[in-house]
Design a protein around this ligand. Sequence first.
Ligand SMILES: NC(=O)NCCC(=O)O
Length: 395
Amino acid sequence: MSVCEFESLEKSLEAHLPEAELTEVKRILFGQGAGKLDLPSGAVEAACERNFELKGYRFDAVQEQLRPPRRTRVGLIQHHIVLPTDAPVLEQINAMHSRIGEIIEVAAMCGVNIICFQETWTMPFAFCTREKDPWTQFAESAEDGNTTRFCQELAKKHNMVIISPILERDELHSTLWNTAVVISNSGNVLGKSRKNHIPRIGDFNESTYYMEGNTGHTVFQTQFGRIAVNICYGRHHPLNWFMYSLNGAEIIFNPSATVGALSEPMWPIEARNAAIANHCFTCAINRVGTGLRDCASFSFPQEHFKNEFTSGDGKKAHHDFGHFYGSSYVAAPDGSRTPGLSRTRDGLLVAEMDLNLNRQLSDKWSFKMTGRYAEYAEELANAVRHDFKPHVVKE
Ligand SMILES: NC(=O)NCCC(=O)O
């Protein structure tokens, strides 16, 4: 079986484990928090017609005496590119808009309040090529670009907060960024969060295109909760999650683009651990698609690039990035998580969460009280100095 034929860990367990064992395995693997959320039959039918997976889960909290529940519904969308990578740029962007438009309609039927798309969702993940043209032509203004205007209409129409991660062009400063635009359910642009850790690994040659973001660890107050966006590679940095949490984030989204050979064993752990460590919800979203030749039977165009590129590892030049394995999921502060979406199909994951769970877990485990932040701050301030000497005692 090739990497792109294996649909999901969960499906495989369900197919092969006896019922009683499956329950135990799921309890240990996923925790007990995420129950099934019933979704309207119209939404289920539409998802089927439009050829994407639709899954619903809910995270409940204990009913408190002094606070009513604070339930909110988030939607995570993972998808393929729609046209081949050599189609005209505007056609590729417009095709992606149409695809998202039809998925978001279903999200609206499911009562989603906040939706997040995958990293640089309007384009192929072409940074592997190191070619500037035509890829930089996909860059748009975060404030009033084509894609932001498209999302503003959707946000108003569906009364939904939209997180739209794009390749941003800042005309004023002649710079490009990897940016998540946060659009309020009023349709106004609430702000933006720029990717603040740029990978230096494998074919992720993003440093050729843009720099580390300069928007700090902004948290956005929305009608449905305080949210933050930690884009892709930032998920490997526990302090990055922590800073968003210090600023009060209740849900941290992690729109990503990552491939199986590199990160798949880390994927289920990192965002989940961040939810536990920071007493908040986290939402990890990864694209699907591949340029691998043995997966060519897929019905969607794949992330295949006309010009060959090398990975700087002495191996043969190639035309593809590898397999983007989807598997988007939501994790809760009690360590539980939803199963992942498929590794191969477009999908919408809907998760209802009671945000009261964050404070309940904080009161239970007290990580924010037991963390020795003043000491860490002092030691860190020391450790980043050029004359720092590690404190190691030797015999
Ligand atoms: N998009 C991106 O930053 N990918 C880097 C690889 C990874 O973090 O898994």
